[in-house]
Design a protein around this ligand. Sequence first.
Ligand SMILES: [Zn+2]
Length: 233
Amino acid sequence: MRAFRNIVILTGAGISAESGLRTFRAEDGLWEDHPVEEVATPEGFARDPALVQRFYDERRAQIRAASPNPAHEALGRLDREFAGQLLIVTQNIDDLHERGGARRVLHMHGEGLSAWCRACDARHRWEGTLGDGPACPACGEAAMRPDIVWFGEMPYEMDRIFDALASADLFVSIGTSGAVYPAAGFVQQASANGARTLELNLEESLGSRNFDETRLGAASELVPAWVDEVLRD
Ligand SMILES: [Zn+2]
């Protein structure tokens, strides 16, 4: 491998699955046995806010109970030791990248441990429950919702992501199905801008044919091996 200076990494459900966290599965439209329309759309929230708050209260508790696995820790090491530009774009709402030591992380679909006040627009780090309608620490209104990008809402910081893809010389996709846009299109974007593209995944994804190289296996094995390669160059 030639030495790279500007790496963009996209991570998805596959990297957190080995830490016991299940996320939305595109194949059957379910998230922890709930239809995605019920728990991950603005319409679902408007219809039954109590159910949706309870769902994310459970997700928040699961995130806090989970631990980073060797794949998260390897990316934390990459972040510490790689001297070039790096951006880890994650579709995951957990904080396992951060707890694995990574700092240059962008949560395009929001964060499970963040609450967003619809009254004053403030965001707060939130480890407890929202289902009981706590007051916003900034404005006092009981108007907080999960700080999660639901289907039909715009992912966060797309301009920053596309800027990073435009200047990347290596794009790496880890543990994503290649089924959910806009993230599924990042590989073509990076490729069109001249980046080399690498996929690390448990099985071939819908987007595998778009990558220069695909390596199949568990993220907890593939990612540490790849990070070793990059840091050796
Ligand atoms: Zn507020």
